[in-house]
Design a protein around this ligand. Structure first.
Ligand code: C5P
Length: 304
């Protein structure tokens, strides 16, 4: 039996500007995504019948985590394959085996990464030959971040985050990712944003952030990282304020909540700083894991 194995990255939002709530229940966004070298892996193989099955394994040595990922038709990767099959007019069954590294409910788009990987893998196994753009169109309905995770690198997201323009960026950046013991629900964080910010302005991307990326200037990038959802995540999880403080006091260039949180991400000036910072961050309240990683990374791609 053949199979295709696909890796899909986690994302962070270097800038996340949240605008008004739209009629469809989503907020208008302007965001700068970066894909990180932190991946979920999905193995896709075909079945003799028409069922779609999914199994999930956690791959984090130190993390005592019960993975709260649905194992039925609610699973985003399963839904992605279902949609692809319907769009392509095929009914061949598919087995999905997900190896989870991206924190669950962490604001790093782990579920969307699995959907992106499943689309790429099923596209190959079913021999459909669809383009990345065609897959992105299917994926966008499942999660606003899926189109970006198919592209990877650095990208500007507009609309509800699903309309992607690639950004050319130079060099790589080092990050520490602080995984929280308990996740946060993205809709709840957006609802808290609405409560705290009932009349937001149109979203915009800071030109200084783009200039820092163009010039590969980590210090300047650190000064201009921003996330409008941070205040909402901090309101729901006040201890994150302390996490951010510990990282910056220990020498990170900057720390932000990733997307809707509760994962916190710290930009490093130098990879040599990672060890000291990691030790400090392990003492942060609610910390389940500290991961040293880099970005930008490629989008979902076949590795075997
Ligand atoms: O698209 P995604 O699955 O990430 O969205 C999850 C939830 O986050 C949505 O149901 C919505 O409540 C909120 N969201 C939003 N505006 C966006 C993206 C997400 O309000 N642009």
């Amino acid at each position: 039996m053949t199979s295709t194995t696909v890796r899909a990255p986690a994302k962070i939002n270097l800038g996340l500007s949240v605008g008004p709530l739209r009629d469809d229940g989503f907020h208008e966004l302007a965001t700068v995504y970066m894909a990180l070298d932190l991946h979920d892996t999905v193995r896709v193989s075909l079945r003799d019948d028409d069922r779609i099955t999914v199994a999930v394994h956690v791959d984090a040595d130190d993390r005592e985590e019960s993975v709260d990922v649905p194992l039925d038709a609610d699973n985003l990767a399963v839904r992605a394959v279902e949609r692809l099959r319907t769009a392509a007019g095929v009914s061949t069954g598919v087995d999905l085996v997900i190896r989870k590294v991206i924190p669950v409910a962490g604001g790093m788009a782990g579920g969307s990464a699995d959907a992106a990987a499943a689309l790429v893998g099923a596209n190959a196994e079913l021999g459909l030959g669809w383009s990345r753009e065609e897959l992105a169109e299917i994926g966008a309905d499942l999660g606003s971040d899926v189109p970006f995770l198919l592209h990877g690198g650095v990208g500007i997201g507009t609309g509800r985050g699903e309309q992607i323009s690639p950004v050319l960026s130079r060099g790589r950046y080092g990050f520490l990712v602080v995984v929280a013991r308990e996740g946060l629900s993205t809709p709840q964080v957006y609802a808290e944003f609405d409560r705290l910010e009932p009349d937001p302005q149109s979203p915009r991307i800071a030109p200084e952030l783009m200039a820092a990326l163009r010039g590969h200037d980590a210090e300047r990038l650190g000064e201009h990282l921003s996330n409008d959802l941070e205040v909402a995540a901090l309101s729901l999880r006040p201890e994150l304020d302390r996490v951010l403080q510990i990282g910056v006091d220990a020498g990170a260039l900057a720390g932000i909540v990733s997307g809707s949180g509760p994962t916190c991400v710290f930009l490093l000036e130098d990879d040599a700083d990672a060890q000291v910072l990691t030790t400090e961050l392990w003492s942060a309240p609610g910390c389940a894991d500290v991961i040293h990683t880099h970005g930008p990374a490629p989008g979902a791609r076949i590795i075997a």
